[in-house]
Design a protein. Sequence first.
Length: 128
Amino acid sequence: MKRKSVVWGIFGLLVQASSAGEWPTFLGPNRNGVVEDAKWNPTFPKDGPKILWRARVGTGFSAVSVSDERALVAGNDEGEDTLYCFNAETGKEIWRLSYPCPILDRNHEGGPAAAVTINGDRIYHLSR
């Protein structure tokens, strides 16, 4: 099955988490999924946390990585993988990089499955 798009609502949570520091790779800087911030309050309103912005990034399972007010994520749409860079606070797209990558009909719906890793001024992205 091929999905056309996935809407990421978790950006709002990661933007809040990034205010405590960087979240440059899967599960954060310590790779434990823990936000090290005394001001973090995991209690949300009845309707859930406020979604600050959304973006259509295509099919995939890439986690969002945040560093220097940039949020990076990857997705696949119509046979192309695309790496997206957004302003983490506003959701405005800063840049994107696309390349041919057909979706395979095995394992899952397809698309990128690895988180983007940010190390200083370099980013690393795995694709199939």
